[in-house]
Design a protein around this ligand. Structure first.
Ligand SMILES: NC(=O)c1ccc[n+]([C@@H]2O[C@H](COP(=O)([O-])OP(=O)(O)OC[C@H]3O[C@@H](n4cnc5c(N)ncnc54)[C@H](O)[C@@H]3O)[C@@H](O)[C@H]2O)c1
Length: 379
């Protein structure tokens, strides 16, 4: 079967996330990167294309040229999917034009900078019936998928408490210096949107709690911190959530958790047992019970669920990580693009992207209104 022709927007040599997507796309031999706009500077763009060994023929000066020329190509040649890896404010204009021209899209989170834009993209995607993935990377880990399946199969019983954390410390050395702060796009509302911490990382654990439990957050109450009055965006937040009358918990996110790196923890407590997972040690899933010592579940074993095994490439005991998690999301998209059988939840869809934007807006609204409960029901 021919490889999927993939275009890439952003994700240049100067980017954080570009390498993750490139490696992920190559991982299962399903895609071939055929062009894109990696960088707003054309020379850098060409230099980077040569560096990663792709032909410069379809490396464009800007997005306008990209869309005009790619959309004009016959179907047999045009890119079949395009990854949008630019800073947040460019996701909407790029994804909108891509959808209008019938492209399948793999878009970084947060989907847009407002819920309204996100809904507009969702309506376009439904109209054109294209594939649209939003890369909440962490749902690609085999042990996260194992956890989702164990919960769906009733192994921990009825859930009664959820507790998720995403703590980073990288903004701590930046935030106290106005000059340094002004250079970070994640702290600029024009580029990041209405939130820094919640938009950038809180949205990951919000998606994670809905993914692993199969339930939706119904209401939330937030308390955000900007640390300085002249810093317009949150860099820390604690959020109480209710998923039903009896399923409650919290989401905690911070970019000023001094010394923390990428400290995501997920704890789901049920009547019969609990599951605990940590992103910095992603091959270990702990199963806790009242009346037995805790069990350690690892990937690549005969006891694992099919979806977890499908996302594990090497025999048990060979650690796989974040690149592999993103690889699994790209694999899920490849199956959808080629109409192959797949497991449910193999890649986050535009629906999850819209939920993520609703989460960001409601968290900011709750904080602004004086830390009050806000409904998260789909409107
Ligand atoms: N899924 C995850 O876990 C994860 C992790 C990190 C970042 N992200 C998301 O990925 C996106 C990019 O984040 P990043 O940290 O890589 O940002 P970055 O600033 O490191 O990189 C952005 C890239 O986009 C390029 N770019 C900027 N304007 C462009 C334009 N007009 N046309 C083409 N390219 C352009 C830049 O040159 C750079 O290569 C953000 O939306 C962020 O939220 C997701």
């Amino acid at each position: 079967m021919s490889k999927i022709r993939l275009g890439v927007l952003g994700g240049g040599g100067d980017s954080l996330i570009g390498v993750l997507h490139r490696v992920a796309s190559f991982m299962y031999d399903r895609y071939e990167i055929v062009g894109g706009v990696f960088n707003p500077n054309y020379d850098e763009n060409i230099k980077f294309a040569k560096q990663i060994g792709i032909s410069t023929e379809r490396v464009y000066e800007n997005f306008e040229k990209f869309i005009n020329e790619e959309a004009a190509k016959p179907e047999s040649e045009r890119m079949e999917a395009v990854s949008v890896l630019t800073p947040n404010f460019l996701h909407f204009p790029m994804a909108k034009k891509l959808l209008e021209n019938g492209f399948n899209v793999i878009c970084e989170k947060p989907l847009t900078t407002s819920l309204e834009e996100a809904k507009e993209l969702e309506a376009l995607q439904k109209k054109n019936n294209t594939i649209f993935a939003v890369t909440y990377t962490y749902t690609g880990y085999p042990m996260v998928r194992e956890m989702k399946n164990m919960i769906a199969n009733g192994i921990i019983g009825e859930i009664h408490k959820v507790d998720l954390q995403y703590y980073q410390g990288w903004i701590n050395p930046v935030i106290h210096d106005k000059e340094k702060r002004s250079k970070v796009w994640r702290l600029d509302p024009k580029k990041a949107g209405i939130s820094s911490c919640i938009g950038d990382i809180g949205t990951h654990i919000f998606n994670m709690v809905e993914y692993v439990t199969g339930m939706e957050v119904k209401e939330l109450l937030s308390d955000l911190n900007t640390l300085y009055d002249d810093n317009p965006l949150d860099i820390d937040g604690s959020i109480l959530i209710r998923m039903s009358d009896k399923v409650k918990g919290l989401l905690r996110a911070s970019q000023i958790a001094t010394g923390d790196e990428n400290n995501i923890t997920v704890a789901i407590y049920g009547r019969k047992g609990a599951l605990k997972w940590e992103q910095e040690n992603p091959n270990y899933l702990y199963f806790l019970k009242d009346d037995e010592p805790r069990r350690l579940i690892k990937p690549g074993n005969v006891y694992n669920t099919d979806v977890s095994l499908d996302g594990t490439k090497l025999p048990a005991g060979h650690p796989e990580g974040i690149f592999d998690a993103m690889g699994n999301i790209y694999k899920g998209v490849a199956k959808a693009l080629r109409g192959e059988k797949s497991f449910s939840g193999e890649f986050p869809t535009i629906y999850e992207g819209v939920r993520g934007m609703m989460f960001i807006e409601k968290v900011v609204e709750s904080n602004k209104k004086g830390n009050v409960w806000i409904s998260m029901e789909n409107q």
